[in-house]
Design a protein around this ligand. Structure first.
Ligand code: NAG
Ligand code: NAG
Ligand code: NAG
Ligand code: NAG
Ligand code: NAG
Length: 317
């Protein structure tokens, strides 16, 4: 019986972890949902598509302010020739797509005034909109929910020229920020004025650290006012409330699980006591006893581990 309760506790703890992991993953999922939606809307821009031609797509009406563009290319010619000036991106020769497919589609995203809604960076101010460059298989241009393919610039990096970046206040150092598909920000130096570089796919922008700046009242309205229709530096209320919802959900879930396990333990101990009493009674009566096992529960085993990209960050500048 002790063993049974032991297993039960393990099972419940595992369940709790699973719930926590799931809500963790959900915070990143609005971005991947956006990527999925924009892939779908981007592909709709291909009407009798020609290879190598840039097409501007239309974002859904509820996301107005976001711009998307697509281009379809053969992997081979992409690798040999690169793509010159696909919006802000300049893609050099030597780009390798993994896994290999014959033709690919680049989906370009300009998140405009939605930048800090989907990519909030507390303590930093965006000087340019968040731009995304993602790559998909072009085999079926009606396909939805396509997974992103990976790519790596094997010779020189892709450069991103943020032509409309806001001017920096003196004394502040702008930085490039890169969000990989896991959504974690990494900061880099600019290559030159308003130019960032990358070897990998993801989302990019230019920011300044405004940590020391944010609370001081500035008569001119701070560095953001110059950027119009720029992203706001402050994470939106709805994002904050979403975070609280997730935290609340996790905590609530754990408390619920603990209560449930206490209840179950109480029930089992109670039943055990009753059984012992019954056995004592039957022993008194002199009957032969036949013991039965109380269940044969097994704790589940986590099978899936998240696959890691094959190539590591050593390529990254
Ligand atoms: C916007 O509309 C699309 C369908 O047109 C829907 O799938 C998506 O969830 C909506 N997104 C937001 C942020 O409301
Ligand atoms: C962005 O601007 C468009 C109009 O250009 C507006 O409809 C939309 O609500 C704005 N989005 C945000 C998050 O403010
Ligand atoms: C392409 O994708 C669409 C939507 O998922 C599907 O209905 C269609 O059968 C696919 N076509 C091919 C040739 O696989
Ligand atoms: C970036 O774009 C600006 C304006 O179009 C141009 O003057 C500048 O030379 C470009 N920088 C690079 C590194 O291409
Ligand atoms: C931003 O600046 C503040 C104060 O200047 C500093 O304490 C903080 O570490 C900086 N944050 C990053 C991520 O560089």
């Amino acid at each position: 019986m002790d063993q049974f309760i032991h297993r039960l506790v393990i099972l419940i703890a595992f369940g709790g972890l699973l719930i926590a992991y799931k809500s963790e993953a959900q915070s990143g999922s609005s971005r991947s949902q956006l990527d999925t939606l924009l892939q779908d809307y981007g592909y709709q821009a291909f009407v009798r598509p020609r290879t190598g031609v840039f097409y501007d797509g239309t974002a859904p009406a509820n996301l107005s302010g976001i711009k998307i563009s697509v281009v379809r290319l053969r992997s081979g010619s992409l690798r040999r020739k690169g793509v010159h000036s696909f919006k802000e991106f300049d893609i050099p020769v030597g780009l390798i797509v993994q896994p290999y497919v014959e033709r690919i589609v680049f989906v370009y995203q300009n998140l405009g005034n939605w930048s800090s809604v989907y990519y909030p960076l507390p303590g930093f101010t965006y000087l340019a909109p968040v731009l995304g460059l993602l790559i998909y298989d072009a085999a079926n241009l009606s396909a939805k929910n396509l997974p992103e393919l990976d790519f790596i610039a094997s010779k020189s990096p892709i450069s991103i020229n943020f032509t409309n970046a806001a001017a920096v206040l003196n004394g502040m150092t702008p930085q490039c920020v890169w969000f990989n598909l896991d959504g974690l920000p990494e900061f880099r130096e600019l290559m030159s004025e308003n130019v960032c570089s990358t070897y990998r796919q993801g989302h990019f922008s230019i920011v300044v650290n405004s940590t020391g700046l944010a609370p001081s009242p500035s008569p001119s309205g701070g560095p953001v006012s110059g950027l119009s229709p720029g992203p706001s530096p402050i994470p939106s209320k709805s994002h904050k409330s979403k975070v609280w919802k997730i935290v609340g959900g996790v905590v609530g879930g754990f408390i619920g699980l603990i209560l449930l396990s206490l209840l179950l333990a109480w029930f089992l101990i109670h039943r055990q006591n009753r059984k012992v009493a019954e056995m004592e009674h039957q022993a008194d009566v002199g009957e032969a006893l036949r013991m039965t096992r109380v269940g044969s529960t097994q704790a589940p085993v986590a099978t899936g581990t998240r696959t890691q990209p094959i190539l590591e960050n050593e390529y990254v500048a």
